[in-house]
Design a protein around this ligand. Sequence first.
Ligand code: UD1
Length: 390
Amino acid sequence: MSSTEPGVQLGPVMCVVGARPNFMKMAPILRALAGHHPAIPMLLVHTGQHYDKDMSDKLFEDLRLPRPDINLEVGSASHAVQTAEVMRRFEPLLDTHRPSCVVVVGDVNSTLACTLVAVKKGVPVAHVEAGLRSFDRAMPEEINRILTDQVADRLYTTERSAEDNLAREGIPADRVCFAGNVMIDSVVFGRTHARDPAQTLHACGVASSILSHPRGYGVVTLHRPSNVDHPETLRALLETLGEVASRLPLVFALHPRTRGNIEKFDCAALIDPARMVLLPPQGYLEMLGLMADATVVLTDSGGLQEETTALGVPCLTLRENTERPITVSQGTNILVGRDRGAILQGVDDILAGQGKRGRVPELWDGHAAERIAADLWQWLTEPANQTPRA
Ligand code: UD1
């Protein structure tokens, strides 16, 4: 589909999603492209990096994402094979559909894979959530971020520190646009439809009485390879979470990687089901409801750090670093790493009413995607950007 606006012949904007954290970023962008005047033609490509109903289909429903126009069905594999497979299957789409640009979000393997293919074929790439850096190159996502930003043509940032990071890496400022945070557009959109936590537990066959503890409850998610792929690390973290659960009950939404490793490393006995309930990966609206009412969120997710800041809920991040420093400097986030003492101290402070209150950062206002659509339209229709790159 091409734009029919008089004088403007625009091929479709090809929007790429692959893994769970992409979906809540892309949903508002698609709505904003459709709502732009004139409407911006688009195609949605799902690489299939995440494919389980829980990890993908349910989120599409909750976020009102349209069915992907194309699903590449790459599935799970090593980083190299997964990235290569996305590249191999994505390339022919550019010849068939002749997009005006490719829009990628975040930092997953699909983000980098599609970016590499597009730039090498002279198709411009816009990267949403550009410039975030953890400065930890052992994280696969950090490599994906750095490389995507180096070759993308238009970079949309969520916080000011990202602009500094990009400048330091030699990226010209005129390629960068501070648009705000599309993840928070989805929080604003979903907030009123968030599912009641008691219903969520009920739907999973778990008694909701755990939510009525006088101190409330905590929400846990863990999936980073650095936290869950080594038996001693996972065991120590589960032991610490057990101690947290003796202070307030925990609801632990399990990523498939984590569930698999708990079984593989024979750690299930460390979990007391009376104090820590295990749930399958949750839908977007279930997770939003669970987080919004929580006393504390303990996580290693990037997205949850931002969502808790937007919701004003205290967050303890079980990592040594964050690529989203504004959640610490302005929001409700505290980095506690894997240190037992720091985690328990963080929880005790929150229970004593000394959790961080924080404030919502600049341009995390529910309108980031509209700013991106407006900028993208202007950028794509500039005559200088119509010429394919050499
Ligand atoms: C990916 C992203 C990570 C993101 C996370 C959110 C990269 C490098 N990592 O990590 O940034 O925070 O998604 O979830 O892109 N699996 C299933 N069903 C699925 C998908 C995965 O069972 O639908 C299992 C498979 O055993 C797979 C493992 O989870 O091997 C890991 O999946 P993968 O996509 O490789 O990475 P994530 O850990 O999910």
